[in-house]
Design a binder for this molecule. Structure first.
Ligand code: 5GP
Length: 202
């Protein structure tokens, strides 16, 4: 696989990364298209198949793993698999666009490792874990148990921030949106450096 650029936004859920990604998708000059992930988690609210996620059963997801169809995949929560299909990235590159991802930190870092020069990996930092809890409760799309599971994971995820190319502090949304736009714009303006991939693999 080779092609355009990859822009990754990773963060604990509730950090505001989805809002940032949606904002960037509206900026036509960036020529971005959203990578729709596959997931085995149940559909929430008004989510649409093929738009928010490709929803599938755990069995279907495991079949794709076996066929080596994923660029990366992760069991983010128990029996809730998430992954990026290679075909999704190829489809977007085929349209001459750059890919933007809204994925978890492990998946984000995996893609960065596979395509170090083509990828900008951004970590979105929420003000605090307490603030995350408030945001997730406000969203009220899930049970308290599920929210607590996400909070527990958030502390672990926060520790991975230094491994990203850059960190955006989402304390003030307007500032974070502007910062994200500038970072992506600059990264897209740079040519892809020819690099020795082997030298960057850990
Ligand atoms: P949610 O259930 O809130 O939509 O997503 C839960 C977590 O899974 C979020 O952190 C989200 O970014 C992450 N996620 C979504 N798609 C993918 C993917 O394709 N791969 C990985 N590794 N994580 C994903």
């Amino acid at each position: 696989m080779e092609g355009g650029k990859l822009i990754i936004f990773s963060a604990p859920s509730g950090s505001g990364k989805t809002t940032i990604v949606r904002h960037l998708l509206k900026q036509n000059d960036l020529n971005l298209a959203f990578s729709v992930s596959a997931t085995s988690r149940p559909r929430r609210g008004k989510e649409k198949n093929g738009e928010h996620y490709y929803f599938m059963t755990v069995g279907e997801f495991k079949k794709h793993i076996k066929n080596d169809d994923f660029l990366e995949w992760e069991e983010v929560y128990r029996d809730n698999f998430y992954g990026t299909l290679k075909s999704e990235v190829e489809r977007i590159w085929g349209e001459g666009k750059n890919v933007i991802f809204d994925i978890d930190v492990v998946g984000g870092l995996r893609i960065k490792k596979k395509y170090p020069e083509q990828t900008l990996a951004v970590f979105v930092k929420p003000p605090s874990v307490d603030e995350l809890k408030i945001r997730l409760k406000k969203r009220s799309t899930e049970s308290d148990d599920k929210i607590n599971m996400r909070i527990a994971k958030a502390s672990v995820e926060m520790a991975t921030a230094p491994q990203f190319d850059t960190i955006i502090k989402n304390y003030d949304l307007d500032i974070a949106l502007n910062e994200a736009y500038g970072l992506v714009k600059d990264f897209l303006a740079k040519p892809i450096a020819k690099e020795d991939k082997k030298g960057t693999e850990k």
